[in-house]
Ligand binder design. Structure first.
Ligand code: BT5
Length: 263
């Protein structure tokens, strides 16, 4: 797929798509970042359900302003959401996205798929997908959330730099997958998981997340900008934060950071 063809094919794909969460898909052959474009549009009152899709990204972003490598073959999208919920519940939205990705991959193959807290989706222990949530709240509480999802779908494994353990679904499976077939399944899962969120079925989200994750029960090291915590991950709380029992038996709740398994 390249350039104009991608935009046209996406228009054809989205024409008869009947999925609640998808109000409109705006496709680009190239963007700096789908999250940046989605934020720009959200600030101009673009409604919930607008999805920005790009064939490649020139400056894809991860958390803490890190780079998300976004070559051809990957799936890069950002969804504009305007959730009506208590602000402290928006921390569950990255889990909603990771759960949707994990369910989608698991539904099409028999690979070892797992979510590593907070929202990395791994295949055979290597990172295949990442989630970036960016939001703006207003005094009246009605802001926006941009949920960015990057998935290494058909990306050639040699496209990634060697500094981190990445893989793609196609590499692990040994075959390339139909881009739009996968996208449709992903949007259906996102629709299902976001509906749970809108219906305040937070416990269902948390329990499904736990079923799809292998972090709980593991010994972990969490790197945060100002400190490092080591211990056993024993649960996630109602906000999706990781609960850890440190080596000295102290219980701590971690809101964000990078998680490494140490066993
Ligand atoms: C993430 O950040 O994992 C969030 C990535 C979100 C990307 C999507 S794509 C659509 C939307 N538009 C954007 O601009 N972003 C979102 P984080 O947990 O900080 O992980 C970043 C780290 O993952 C990097 O520092 C690398 O170590 C590694 N990495 C970078 N590119 C990767 C890739 N394609 N596959 C696997 N790992 C990667």
């Amino acid at each position: 797929m390249s350039n104009k063809k991608f935009v046209e094919e996406t228009q054809v794909f989205s024409k008869d798509l009947d999925i609640d969460i998808v109000k409109k898909i705006i496709a680009f052959s190239e963007l700096s970042s789908t999250n940046s474009k989605a934020k720009e549009l959200a600030q101009k009152d673009e409604p919930e359900g607008t999805i920005i899709l790009s064939e490649i990204q020139k400056s894809g972003r991860g958390r803490f302003d890190r780079v998300w490598e976004s070559p051809e073959g990957g799936l890069y999208l950002s969804v504009i959401l305007r959730p009506i919920c208590k602000p402290d519940k928006t921390t569950l939205l990255p889990l909603v996205a990771a759960l949707s990705v994990s369910k989608t991959i698991s539904s099409i193959c028999d690979l070892d798929v797992s979510i590593k807290w907070p929202n990395d989706v791994l295949i055979n222990g290597k990172k295949t997908s990442g989630i970036l949530l960016e939001s703006e709240s207003k005094k009246d509480g009605l802001g926006y959330v941009v949920l960015g999802i990057g998935i290494n779908l058909n990306t050639d494994a040699d496209m990634f730099s060697k500094d981190f353990a990445a893989t793609s679904i196609a590499y692990e499976l040994g075959i390339k997958l139909d881009y739009y077939g996968f996208l449709k399944k992903l949007l259906l899962n996102l629709d299902y998981c976001y509906r749970l969120f809108k219906e305040e079925k937070y416990d269902n989200i948390l329990s499904e997340w736990k079923k799809n994750s292998d972090t709980i029960g593991k010994r972990v090291c969490i790197n945060m900008p100002s400190e490092k915590i080591e211990g056993k991950a024993f649960d996630i709380d109602s906000s999706g934060f990781l609960m850890i029992e440190t080596n000295s038996g102290e219980r701590k709740t971690v809101t964000s950071g990078d998680c490494f398994y140490i066993e």
